[in-house]
Design a protein around this ligand. Sequence first.
Ligand code: TAP
Length: 508
Amino acid sequence: TTLNSNSFARNLLRLYSQVPLRVPITLPNGFTYEQPTGLFINGEFVASKQKKTFDVINPSNEEKITTVYKAMEDDVDTAVAAAKKAFETKWSIVEPEVRAKALFKLADLVEENKETLAAIESMDNGKSLFCARGDVALVSKYLRSCGGWADKIYGNVIDTGRDHFTYSMKEPLGVCGQIIPWNFPLLMWSWKIGPALATGNTVVLKPAETTPLSALFASQLCQEAGIPAGVVNILPGSGRVVGEKLSAHPDVKKIAFTGSTATGRHIMKVAADTVKKVTLELGGKSPNIVFADADINKAVENIAFGIFYNSGEVCCAGSRIYIQDTVYEEVLEKLKDYTESLKVGDPFNEEVFQGAQTSEKQLHKILEYVDVAKSEGARLVTGGVRHGNKGFFVKPTVFADVKEDMRIVKEEVFGPIVTVSKFSTVDDVIAMANDSQYGLAAGIHTNDINKAIDVSKRVKAGTVWVNTYNNFHQNVPFGGFGQSGIGREMGEAALSNYTQTKSVRIAI
Ligand code: TAP
C-alpha cells in the first residue's frame, strides 16, 4: 500500500507541477535566450500528454541546462495525425513557389540567429563554437539550396506512340518520420527537413534525447518563416519509444535515420512491416591515405582535422590513417606534434578546437577503446586519457603500428582516436582501405593527379576527399557504400529520397 500511494503521489505531482513551456536560459557566453521545452505539434509547443520530462545536461560541466517534455507513444499519434492533415490539406497542394519562399525565409532566419544557434549547439552537444558555427553556416546554405529545388521537381513526357499520351510525375510520400543523432543536431535537422519540405512532404522529427535544444529552438523559426502548422513536428523523446513508434506507424510513409549501424538495421526491420521507404546514414571507419608525394605539412593538418574535428564524433571521421613507408616516421612525428598543439577544453573559449564529448556514455566508450587498443598491442603515440576531471573531455589520441585485424582498426569508436598503419604500394593500401564493412568516406593525400583519380575510383566509399577532409558542400551528395547506409543526403540526390514516381497513360 505504501508503495502504491507513493507512486500515486508521484503521478499527481507530475501532473500538477508542470515544467513551463519556455524557459529563459543564460548561455555560457552570457547571453540569455528563451528555450522552448515542449513538444512541437501542429504549430504549438505543448506538454506531453503523460507529462513526462527529462533533463538536458551540459557535457562541458555536467550540470543540468533545463528540463524538456518527453514524448510518448500517444504524442506520436497526435503528431502524425497533425502531419497527415497538414500534408493533405496544405503542404502537398500549394504552388511549389510557396514552399520555396518559406525555405528561403527559414534559411535567412537561421542566418539571423546564427550566433544563438551556435551557442545553443555548443552548450548542448559540447562541440567547440568553431565547429558549431561551421554547422550553422551549412544549415542556412542547405535550406536555401532546398528552397531552390522546391519549384524544380519535374516529371517527364514519355513518347509511347500515337495512340497514348504518357507522362510521369514526382509526388511526395506523405508523413516522414525522421530520427536524428546527437553529433550534429541542428545540421541533421536541416538535412532531414530541407528535402522533405522542398518536395511537399510533412515531417515528425525525433531529435536525440541527449541534444534536443537546437531543433526545438529552430522549430519556432519554421513558424516565423510561414511554414504552416503541422508541416514540421518535433518530438523529443527516447529512441525506444518515439523512434520505434514512428518506424512502425502505418501513417508514416518514410523513415529517414542517421545514427549507428545497429539501430539503423533494427529500424529497417521494424519499418518492413508497413513497407516504408527507408533511408539510412550510418557508421563508418574511413581510411585517410597519405602518399609519400603529398605536401606533408598540409596532409598532417588534413588528417588531424579528419579525425579530431567535432571531437571525433563524425560518421565519416578519417579514423584509419595509412602512411606510405618512406614518410611514415616523418608524418607520425609531425602528427604527434600537431595533435598535441590542438587546444581542448571549454567550447566557448574562442581558441578551443576540440570541445567535450556529448555524453558520459560516449566518454566511457572512448576510454574503453583506449584500453582495448593497448591490450591489442597498439602503440600509444599521444593522448589516451581524459582531459581534466569535470566535463566529458578526451585528449586527442593517436595509436600507431596497429595491425589490420585489431578491433581498434575495425570498429567505429566515434571519438578523437585514430590509428596509423604503414603501407608500401598503391595496391596494398587499397586492399587495406577497402577491408571494412563500412564505406562512408575516404581521404587521399598526393600531388600526383593520376594517382588521385586511380585511387578515388578503386576505393569503396560514398565520398572521396583529395588533399582535404570533412569538406562538405550543400550541393554535393553525401552517404554510404556498404553498411554505411542507403540513400544520399544533400544535392539533387536527396530529393529522390522524398518523392515517388507516378506514371499516367492516356489512351487517345
Ligand atoms: P543511436 O542508437 O543510433 O541513436 C541515434 C538516434 O536513434 C537517436 O535519436 C536515438 O534515440 C534513436 N534510436 C535509438 N534506438 C532506437 C530505436 N530502437 N528505434 C528508433 N530510433 C532509435 O546511437 P547512440 O546509441 O546514441 O550511439 C551509439 C553509437 O552509435 C556511437 O558510439 C556511434 O558509434 C554511433 N553513432 C553514429 C552516428 C552517425 S552520424 N553515424 C551518430 C550517433 C551515433 P535516443 O534519443 O533514445 O538516443
